[in-house]
Design a binder for this molecule. Structure first.
Ligand SMILES: N[C@@H](CCC(=O)N[C@@H](CS)C(=O)NCC(=O)O)C(=O)O
Length: 202
């Protein structure tokens, strides 16, 4: 059985939980106490020298990075309805969108999320946070060009991108960015997906 090193508040770990539930794959969760800095101690650093969750263990094989884990499982199982298309150029566009999800949304989003959740307001960096909100706004404008015509971001069905975005769009209200209607409606749709609901509402 797979083992997933995780913490209940970890957005990146939630992606993998959502994927595993979406695919009905059996796994065991191994709690890593980030709050007690267990991730910075030797036993965990031997598993991931960067000290981050999630990490997947598949017998002797150990893998970190949420999107790499999902991709590994997807390729390993060869499902009838694969989330990564066969076509080289379609797959390249999907990979481009995955990278843009990380760089144009999750990264600036984390700047705001981390400050608002863990830093006293007097120590916030307002310019950095404002720039991050603007960057997210620009990203949403790009998503809107797709979502004004389609229900989902790729191939018009719930897929890898929704799984990667889900734990982050849950906190969209915090980002102080303008959310276009079609993006707002997409967020609602994603939040209603059973695997997403199961993980994020728990
Ligand atoms: N790029 C990584 C990011 C993982 C990450 O930042 N995990 C956070 C929790 S959400 C973590 O373990 N932080 C602990 C630390 O940096 O000390 C992924 O996609 O898995």
């Amino acid at each position: 059985m797979y083992e997933l090193y995780s913490h209940p508040n970890s957005t990146y770990s939630k992606r993998v939980h959502i994927y595993l539930k979406f695919r009905n794959l059996e796994y065991e969760t191994i709690h890593v106490a980030l709050d007690k800095l267990e991730n910075r101690k030797k036993p965990f650093l031997a598993i991931n020298p960067y000290g981050k969750v999630p990490v997947l263990r598949d017998h002797e094989f150990v893998l970190s990075e949420s999107s790499a884990i999902i991709r590994y499982l997807e390729e390993k199982h060869g499902f009838d309805n694969p989330l990564f298309p066969e076509d080289l150029q379609k797959r390249a566009i999907l990979n481009q969108m995955i990278n843009q999800c990380e760089s144009e949304f999750c990264f600036p989003g984390s700047v705001i999320y981390f400050a608002k959740k863990f830093v006293p307001e007097e120590n916030w960096e307002p310019k950095r946070m404002k720039d991050s909100s603007k960057r997210i706004g620009r990203h949403f404008d790009v998503l809107e060009t797709i979502l004004s015509k389609e229900q989902y971001l790729f191939g018009n069905q719930f897929g890898i991108l929704e799984i990667l975005y889900a734990p982050f769009i849950e906190n969209v209200g915090m980002m102080d960015s303008k959310v276009p209607n079609s993006v707002e409606e997409w967020i609602t749709r994603v939040m209603e997906e059973p695997a997403v609901k199961q993980v994020l509402k728990s």
